[in-house]
Ligand binder design. Structure first.
Ligand code: SF4
Ligand code: SF4
Length: 519
C-alpha cells in the first residue's frame, strides 16, 4: 500500500519486514505473505541475465546433439544409467572412472567456498535453482496479477470472476513450468527426442512419469507456494555459509554510518538543527526484497544477497541527488572502519563526521575495491580449485581409450598339464571406451615361453590372440596362460598383458604367473 507519495523524488512504502526485530516472531509462526515489488537496476539486469543463462542451460542441454558415430548416442549430455555411462560432449565417463565425478564434486565444493568467501551468498542470490525458479514464478505472477500493489489489492479482494481467472491462470502456468522442469530432467537420462515421443504417446516407463510428477510437485510447491520459506527453514546453506564468510567477504550491507539518523522529514529535521543521514526511510529496499526483510536491521540469515535492495536504494539516492551505495556490497572490515569514523564519543552516528565541508565523503572512508576479492584466502581457494581442474583435464587428455583388467584364479593357483607345462587361469576384461569397433592383439610380455589360449577354444596355445572389440563395450574373456616351469626362475613370475590395437593404441596391466616350488 502506498503512502505519502512524493513524485518529485521518491515514494514511501508502508511495509514492515517480516522478521522485524521490533516484533520478533516465535520460531513456529504462520507465514506472512510477501509481495515483492519489481526492482530495476544493474543487479536486477544481471539477475535476468543469470536467470536466462541458467534456465536456458537446464532446458536446452538435453536437446543438444554430439556426433559420436553410429555406435553411440548422439546426445551431447547424457546420463546413461542402463549402460552405466556419462556422456558430456567429447567426454565419456565409465563407471570405473567415477573419480572424475568425485573430482567435479570436490571442485564444486571448493568453488562454493571460493565464491562465498569472496562475494558472500552469491550462489543463493543469483544461481540457486530455488532463487531462479522463484524469480520465474514471480515473472508469471506479475504478468497476470500486476506488481506489488495490484497483488496486495487482489489478495484482499473478495472472490470474483476476475480474481478467479487470474488465480487459475497463474497456477496453471506454474504447473506447466513444473511439468517442463520435470520433463527436462528426465531427458538427461535417455535420448530426448525418443523419450519425448514415448512420454507423449504414453509408452514411456512408469519411472519417467513418476519423476515428472514429483518434480512438477516440488517445483510448484517450492517455487510458487513456499518460496522464501525454503531458504529460511529447509535449506542448510544459510547455516553453513556463516562458517565460510570472514571479515573481508563482500556482503550486502546497509551503511548506517552514512544513512543514520534516518528520517522521512529531512528538511524539517535539518531546520531544527538535528543531524540527518542519507536514509529517507522510504522502505523502497524492503518492498523489493523477495525475502521480505529489512536490510537496515543488519546481517540476517534470511538475506540471500540478491542485491535488489541495492538497486532500489540506488534509484532513491539518484533521485535525491546523493551518492549511490547507501546499501552496497561491502566487507565487515570496511563497514567497521567507516562506522568508527562516523560514531561520536557519545556513541551516536553523526553524518557530518564522514563528509567534508562540500558534502563529499572524506578520504578516510573506505570503499570496496578489487582488493576485497583478491586476497590470500581467495587466491588459495582459486589455486586449489584450478589445480584439481587442471589435474582432471590432464588425466582426461592422457587416458587410453582401451583398458585391460586381469584377475588371477584364486584356487587352484596353477594346474600341471600332462606335457609338463603349467597352466594359470585368468578372468580378463578388455574395455573399448570408444564408439567404434576395434581389432586388438593380446600378448604376454616378460613371461619366458609364455603362451595364451581362450578357455573355450580347442585350438593350440598361441603367443598372441587376435580379438574383435565391439564399440563402447567390455569384452570378458576366460583366459589360460601356459609356460614351461623349467624356463621360470621363481614360484611366482610377474609379467605384463598387453593389448595393441591396429591403429596403434596400447594398454597393459600387470599379472602374476604361479608355478610349483622348485625342488
Ligand atoms: S535484504 Fe537485499 S540482498 Fe538481502 S534478500 Fe533482501 S533484497 Fe536481497
Ligand atoms: S536504505 Fe535506501 S531504500 Fe531503504 S529506506 Fe533508506 S533510503 Fe529508502
Amino acid at each position: 500500500m502506498l503512502a505519502d507519495q512524493q513524485p518529485d523524488t521518491h515514494q514511501n512504502y508502508d511495509v514492515e519486514a517480516v522478521n522485524s526485530p521490533k516484533r520478533r516472531q516465535p520460531l513456529y509462526t504462520a507465514r506472512k505473505k510477501i509481495f515483492p515489488k519489481r526492482a530495476s537496476g544493474t543487479f536486477r539486469k544481471f539477475k535476468w541475465l543469470v536467470m536466462l543463462i541458467t534456465l536456458g542451460i537446464y532446458y536446452i542441454t538435453p536437446w543438444l546433439r554430439w556426433d559420436r558415430g553410429p555406435y553411440a548416442s548422439d546426445q551431447a549430455v547424457l546420463i546413461d544409467l542402463e549402460h552405466r555411462r556419462f556422456f558430456f560432449f567429447f567426454i565419456e565417463i565409465w563407471p570405473q572412472e567415477f573419480y572424475y565425478v568425485a573430482g567435479m564434486l570436490v571442485m564444486a565444493g571448493i568453488g562454493l567456498f571460493l565464491v562465498t568467501s569472496t562475494v558472500g551468498r552469491a550462489w543463493c542470490g543469483y544461481t540457486c535453482p530455488q532463487t531462479v525458479w522463484v524469480d520465474l514464478f514471480l515473472v508469471v505472477e506479475r504478468a497476470i496479477e500486476g506488481d506489488r500493489n495490484a497483488r496486495i489489492k487482489l489478495e484482499a479482494a473478495p472472490w470474483s470472476f476476475d480474481k478467479l481467472w487470474k488465480r487459475v491462470s497463474k497456477h496453471a502456468i506454474w504447473i506447466v513450468i513444473g511439468v517442463a522442469t520435470g520433463g527436462a530432467w528426465i531427458f538427461y537420462f535417455a535420448d530426448a527426442p525418443t523419450l519425448l515421443h514415448d512420454v507423449v504417446t504414453l509408452q514411456a516407463p512408469v519411472v519417467a512419469y513418476a519423476t515428472i510428477a514429483l518434480l512438477t510437485a516440488t517445483t510448484y510447491v517450492f517455487g510458487g507456494l513456499m518460496r522464501e520459506q525454503v531458504c529460511i527453514y529447509m535449506c542448510p546453506w544459510p547455516r553453513i555459509q556463516g562458517a565460510m564468510l570472514d571479515e573481508n567477504s563482500l556482503t550486502v550491507t546497509y551503511n548506517d554510518w552514512r544513512g543514520e539518523p534516518r528520517t522521512k522529514h529531512a528538511k524539517k529535521a535539518l531546520a531544527e538543527g538535528k543531524p540527518v543521514g542519507d536514509c529517507v526511510d522510504c522502505n523502497a529496499c524492503v518492498v523489493v526484497c523477495p525475502m521480505g526483510i529489512d536490510i537496515r536491521d543488519g546481517q540476517q540469515l534470511e538475506c540471500i544477497t540478491c542485491a535488489l535492495c541495492i538497486d532500489a536504494c540506488d534509484d532513491v539516492m539518484t533521485r535525491l541527488g546523493k551518492e549511490k551505495g547507501l546499501i552496497s556490497y561491502t566487507t565487515l572490515n570496511n563497514y567497521n572502519r567507516n562506522m568508527a569514523l562516523a560514531t561520536s564519543a557519545e556513541g551516536t552516528i553523526e553524518p557530518s563526521r564522514v563528509r567534508d565541508a562540500a558534502g563529499k565523503f572524506i578520504d578516510k572512508i573506505r570503499h570496496t575495491t578489487w582488493r576485497s576479492i583478491v586476497r590470500p584466502r581467495t587466491v588459495l581457494y582459486f589455486i586449489g580449485w584450478a589445480a584439481i581442474g587442471l589435474a582432471m583435464l590432464t588425466v582426461l587428455s592422457l587416458r587410453s581409450p582401451l583398458d585391460i583388467n586381469v584377475l588371477h584364479d584364486r584356487n587352484p593357483l596353477f594346474v600341471m598339464l600332462k606335457d609338463g607345462t603349467v597352466r594359470n587361469g585368468y578372468d580378463v576384461k578388455i574395455l573399448n571406451m570408444t564408439p567404434e569397433p576395434r581389432t586388438v592383439t593380446l600378448r604376454l610380455d616378460g613371461l619366458p615361453g609364455g603362451t595364451l589360449s581362450l578357455a573355450d577354444s580347442k585350438g593350440a596355445s598361441e603367443t598372441d590372440l587376435l580379438l574383435e572389440l565391439e564399440p563402447d563395450k567390455v569384452l570378458p574373456l576366460r583366459l589360460y596362460v601356459h609356460a614351461d616351469p623349467k624356463a621360470l626362475t621363481a614360484r611366482q613370475t610377474g609379467f605384463t598383458m598387453v593389448i595393441d590395437s591396429t591403429d596403434g593404441i596400447r594398454a597393459s596391466t600387470r599379472a602374476n604367473f604361479e608355478a610349483p616350488e622348485k625342488k
